[in-house]
Design a protein around this ligand. Structure first.
Ligand code: PLP
Length: 402
């Protein structure tokens, strides 16, 4: 089989991580070089670091259309999910727990499992064949008295399904009236919006959420910076203990250069979201059309390509049986990698796992079919040439003798 040049790699795994944007990297390095103080110190160097931190918080709050006091910096999407779920539910009585969906990221499912381990009620609500939930039934379950918090992801990282958050919010009686809604609402509403930011419009107030998680490295920002939106008035308990940073919720000296860079990445991602969606959805359509010719019988997991309820940049493919051999993405992904194409079998966090994707299983696929799921996710830098090369490699690899 003809090999492509190994120095030309086609990275179509942007949902796992996406390269730092040049302007974000420049700001990161500049702040790294200039930083001389701890943002909690009162001297001049400390005050400068504090100013950068405040500015980052303001930029993010403005981009998300929320108040700067509602932004908490964490180490990533995983920590934001854990802080939201464990932090909120642990302030409630032991009889209360968390309702989530069967297709959440392991950061949400892991936090929910922890609550179950602590003896609290937890449920993973089933999804349909597109990885979505029935709004009315989900909201009815959410209103049961044991539910302290509902966690429903904005966009699925494996198949790209968008959950109907505004409808769920409305069914939970959330008018999206802003930060000053009186009293404590029940249940609290959390969304993991890690894959939504920069890909679809993020409308925290219209969705009616109280808590939302984001991660900088999914949008061209640095690794190791997460953001938690926490609506004013929502009670949370921190997961770690120490100083008073981040309203006492996330003690420890803030990583100021990385947070500054993350803020720029958020601002750019939000500003360029519509353009990103147009470009990547056109490339995904082209990829899908070309692939069907090269690999007849390939199927698309999740909502139809034209559906408004899917991420513009994410495709999850089911390759057909060839030569009586079931395609196993654990075998296929390393083969494609040898050819210069970087895609994944599902979530990067589960890539070392022998288990088939919990998302595809929850959508009703058999274990065998779920093992064949292949995730292709595009980014800002993906080009028509990348798509063409990817289809070529997929076709050759798929038809190669096994
Ligand atoms: N939630 C979703 C939907 C994700 O896709 C990811 C990353 O894969 C995370 C949470 C975890 O984010 P991080 O890698 O920043 O911890």
């Amino acid at each position: 089989m003809k090999r492509v040049h190994l120095d030309h790699r086609v990275h179509l795994d942007h949902n796992a991580t996406t390269p730092m944007r040049p302007e974000v990297r420049a700001l990161f390095l500049e702040r790294l070089d200039r930083l001389a103080g701890n943002p909690s110190s009162v001297h001049r160097s400390g005050r400068e670091a504090r100013q950068w931190l405040d500015e980052a918080r303001e930029r993010i709050a403005a981009s998300l259309d929320v108040h700067e006091d509602e932004i908490v910096f964490t180490s990533g999407g995983t920590e934001s999910d854990n802080l939201a779920i464990l932090g909120a539910v642990r302030t409630r009585s032991q009889e209360e727990g968390c309702l989530t969906t069967a297709v959440e990221h392991s950061a949400v499912l892991g936090a929910a499992d922890r609550l179950a381990f602590e003896g609290r009620p937890v449920q993973r609500f089933p999804v349909d064949a597109t990885a979505s939930v029935d709004t009315e039934r989900f909201a009815a379950r959410a209103r049961e008295p044991w539910v302290a918090l509902v966690s429903a992801m904005a966009a699925n990282n494996e198949v790209g399904t968008l959950l109907p958050l505004a409808e769920i919010g409305a069914a939970l009686g959330r008018p999206g009236t802003g930060p000053n809604r009186p009293g404590e609402l029940r249940p609290l509403f959390h969304t993991d919006a890690v894959q939504a930011l920069g890909r679809i419009p993020v409308r925290l107030r219209a969705w009616g959420v109280d808590l939302a998680s984001f991660s900088a490295h999914k949008i061209g920002g640095p690794l190791g910076v997460g953001i938690l939106y926490k609506r004013k008035g929502v009670a949370l308990e921190g997961l770690i203990f120490g100083g008073g940073q981040e309203h006492g919720l996330r003690p420890g000296t803030e990583n100021v250069p990385a947070i500054s860079a993350a803020a720029l990445a958020v601002e750019l991602a939000v500003r360029e979201q519509a353009d990103f969606a147009d470009r990547t959805s056109a490339l995904c359509r082209s990829f899908w059309e070309q692939l069907q010719v090269v690999v007849p019988g390939v199927v698309l997991h999740g909502p139809p390509l034209a559906s408004p309820l899917r991420l513009p940049n994410t495709l999850n493919l089911g390759l057909p049986n060839a030569d009586g051999l079931r395609v196993d993405s654990r075998v296929l992904v390393p083969r494609l990698d040898l050819e210069g194409l970087e895609v994944s079998a599902g979530s990067a966090c589960a890539s070392g796992s022998l288990e088939p994707s919990h998302v595809l299983l929850a959508m009703g696929l058999t274990t065998e079919r779920a093992r064949g799921g292949l995730r292709v996710s595009l980014g800002r830098t993906s080009s028509a040439e990348d798509i063409h090369t990817a289809v070529d490699i997929l076709g050759r690899t798929f038809h190669a003798p096994r």
